[in-house]
Design a protein around this ligand. Structure first.
Ligand code: CA
Length: 378
């Protein structure tokens, strides 16, 4: 047997293994193999699709499939998606139009659904049926690589991170650890045991005492005027009496001092580092207009900053005591409005923990979105 023939036989065997890890007798590799990995919640899901081309090189591709149930694509990435009835058509974008023999492309989408959400069984690449020699239901979920899911609700043009593309236990990529001024026992890590979506989140172990703080700073994107931010946070311990911070942003219009979100008197609050103003005021009547945060469950927190207006939502409901809109509100914004012309220019978005008193906490963050308009708690 010549070397060429041995090589060809090995290539066929290798391709067959990709298609079906349990099959030892497959002779013909399918022309294309589609991996379809779903991460779903009630009435919605994101799907990561991996298309492997085992036939001749492709320059420009269309992948089609038919939903078995009541699924509707709402957005996508790395492909242009269109749905007509139950049939979905995904077309390449300019950057991924070519698929060499044996190579793969990946794209994803977000969708809603009612009832069941079965994996489609009729994927076709440029009209050629995929997964053809593989068992139809067992291989589609085993051939994908590590997904890089944007979190649910990611709008086009927004910064979105569900931490699914983190590869180690120390946060990297768009995030870096920060211990301003001093470093103590605070730590931050990628956690694969707790996640709001996907399989990963960021875990913060913050301890009492200023120097036991830890922050995870985002290197890209901005959080300037007109920006809406959404994140999910999961606290282990209720917000304490004494002042803590778990989100901070540098305000370049305020001498580089931080605008901080955290807690005091057991309720959520905003704090301005430069003059220590709080929103709401920390009187009992002021604190009553904010809200404590639940423990051991994911809480959706949103805030929007447009010009000098600051608004805040928890689980989709605006918190009256966390609103500075320029109109004086008793017990809420007297300190805040003392600084006339406050108009933040924010950068260096940070998640973490900083305690100015006795507050300890272990907390998690996931599904961070920054966009030009409000994202909501999808
Ligand atoms: Ca995640």
């Amino acid at each position: 047997m010549s070397g060429v023939l041995i090589m060809a036989a090995a290539a066929v065997a290798g391709a067959a293994m990709i298609a079906s890890p349990v099959s030892v007798h497959a002779v013909d590799a399918p022309a294309c193999v589609v991996g379809y990995q779903v991460d779903q919640w009630s009435n919605g899901f994101v799907a990561q699709v991996k298309v492997t081309n085992n036939a001749a090189p492709v320059d420009g591709w269309t992948l089609t499939w038919t939903f078995a149930g009541d699924q509707h694509v709402t957005s996508g990435w790395s492909a242009d998606l269109a749905q007509s009835g139950k049939v979905v058509t995904a077309r390449n974008q300019a950057f991924n139009r070519g698929i060499a023999t044996g190579a793969s492309v990946q794209f994803g989408f977000q969708a809603t659904f009612q009832g069941t959400n079965d994996t489609p069984t009729d994927f076709a690449l440029n009209g050629v049926r995929c997964n053809d020699t593989s068992p139809p239901t067992t291989t589609t979920t085993t051939t994908t690589t590590t997904p890089q899911l944007p979190p649910p609700g990611c709008p086009s043009g927004g910064f979105c991170d569900g931490f699914e593309n983190q590869t180690g236990t120390t946060p990297g990529g768009d995030w870096s650890l920060m211990f301003p001024n001093c470093q103590g026992t605070g730590t931050a890590s990628v956690d694969s045991s707790t996640a709001r979506s996907g399989t990963k989140s960021v875990r913060i172990d913050g301890r009492a005492g200023y120097c036991n703080h830890v922050f995870l700073a985002m290197s890209k994107g901005t959080s300037g005027s007109g920006l809406y931010t959404r994140f999910y946070v999961r606290h282990t311990t209720a917000l304490p009496e004494q002042h803590v911070t778990f989100v901070a942003m540098k305000d370049t219009a305020d001498g580089g001092k931080d605008l901080r979100m955290g807690g005091q008197n057991r309720a959520l609050q905003w704090n301005r580092e430069s003059d220590d103003a709080t929103l709401p005021e920390q009187s009992p009547a002021g604190v009553a207009q904010s809200t404590p945060l639940a423990v051991n469950q994911w809480t959706c927190v949103e805030f929007g900053i447009t010009g000098s207006e600051l608004r805040t939502w928890v689980n989709g409901t605006e918190v009256a005591g966390l609103r500075a809109d320029g109109v004086p509100t008793p017990d809420v914004d007297a300190q805040w409005l003392r600084r006339s012309g406050w108009r933040p220019a924010l950068s260096n978005f940070r998640l973490g923990w900083e305690s100015y008193g006795s507050g300890d906490d272990t907390l998690w963050f996931d599904d961070v979105v920054m966009a030009a308009s409000r994202v909501g708690c999808s």
